[in-house]
Design a binder for this molecule. Structure first.
Ligand SMILES: NC(=O)c1ccc[n+]([C@@H]2O[C@H](COP(=O)([O-])OP(=O)(O)OC[C@H]3O[C@@H](n4cnc5c(N)ncnc54)[C@H](OP(=O)(O)O)[C@@H]3O)[C@@H](O)[C@H]2O)c1
Length: 317
């Protein structure tokens, strides 16, 4: 468990064999410049979200080539020129090949070029965490990771990550012990990897970052049972009722802390020792600033367990 004084502080977080200095809450930036993925975005909100997050004490920014096909990285690159680079942790990803309709490519030469392109867009000399965004179906995973390790030795990146790899692919990628960090779909309503992935990561000292921590908005508490149709593709009616009930339990805990459901859900991840950094996305400055407040919510052991139990049905989903 992490107690308040530690949570508020910038911490040394282990990323494989290296460490980064960050708070346990970062910023997800797929809505910063991610015009190809979401409608009704404007770049000004993107600049404002990144600035607001950094001004509120956020250190880690999670981006990717595919968020706006470079636009998210460009916006972040422009913003960070006015900040102390050494105090910011930049995580980015690549695998989609711009020369080939964004088809997934993990070939060593492609990944090396992708890092160089990202460095230019980010206007920086190094990237703190570089993930292979998705596995391709041809490159041996350890060869892909070895290519990134060469760039790590050259100082262009500081930690090697993989994302969206199956547990078997993670093991293949890590044959030579070169994987520092894994980013995968995980949240309180999608918990299967607690059993299938986390034991291996823990045993091999690989850090874990969950994406979709708010289940794309479902876990913000803004939906009621009447919204079931919006979620019918992903959850049965019974599962949806369980989620709404679990969020009602979370609301009671949130009220005790004068916090919102969103902040309390984020605090649960921050408290979880299996999670390195939480990276909720934000569409605007208000969301970004509100989410930072999760660092001020200190859950008791009992509250942590109560939320864990309320969402226990999703350990197999
Ligand atoms: N490695 C990968 O393959 C991968 C895949 C997906 C995402 N990611 C990363 O993970 C990050 C997080 O995922 P995500 O952003 O897609 O999903 P998320 O964090 O689960 O949900 C973020 C969304 O929740 C809503 N929200 C956020 N804060 C809120 C608040 N305070 N009050 C009310 N609503 C709020 C916003 O949606 P509205 O716009 O609807 O308000 C926001 O865009 C991404 O930004 C990206 O950096 C990585």
């Amino acid at each position: 468990m992490i107690f308040k004084e530690e949570k508020m502080m910038v911490q040394e977080i282990k990323i494989g064999k290296s460490t980064v200095q960050t708070t346990k809450l970062g910023l997800g930036t797929n809505k910063v410049g991610g015009h190809n993925l979401f409608q009704n975005l404007n770049d000004q909100d993107g600049y404002d979200v990144v600035r607001k997050a950094l001004d509120s004490g956020i250190k880690l920014l999670d981006t990717a080539y595919i968020y706006g096909e470079g636009r998210s990285e460009e916006i972040i690159g422009e913003v960070i020129q006015n900040y102390d680079r050494s105090k910011i942790v930049i995580a980015t990803k690549a695998a989609q090949d711009p020369q080939n309709n964004n088809q997934i490519n993990n070939e060593p030469a492609f990944l090396k070029q992708a890092v160089k392109d990202a460095l230019k867009r980010l206007q920086t000399a190094y990237i703190d965490i570089f993930y292979i965004h998705f596995p391709d179906n041809k490159t041996p995973k350890n060869e892909a990771v070895a290519a990134l390790n060469e760039l790590k030795q050259a100082g262009l990146i500081r930690a090697v990550g993989v994302s969206n790899f199956t547990p078997e692919q993670i093991k293949e990628a890590n044959i030579d012990g070169l994987v520092d960090i894994v980013e995968d779909h995980y949240n309180l309503v999608h918990r299967q990897i607690e059993k299938t992935e986390w034991p291996y990561l823990k045993q091999n000292k690989i850090a874990f970052v969950p994406y979709f921590p708010l289940a794309s908005g479902l876990l913000t508490g803004r939906y009621t049972l009447n919204d079931y149709e919006k979620f019918a593709d992903d959850y049965s009616k019974v599962e949806f009722e369980t989620i709404i009930n679990a969020l009602a339990i979370t609301q009671k805990i949130a009220d005790r802390h004068s916090a919102t459901v969103t902040q309390t859900i984020l605090a649960w991840y921050i408290t979880n020792p299996n999670i390195a950094v939480v990276i909720p996305g934000a569409r605007n400055q208000q969301q970004a600033a509100g989410n930072v407040e999760a660092l001020n919510v200190t859950l008791s052991e009992a509250e942590f367990q109560q939320i864990d139990k309320a969402f226990a049905d999703f350990k197999n989903k």
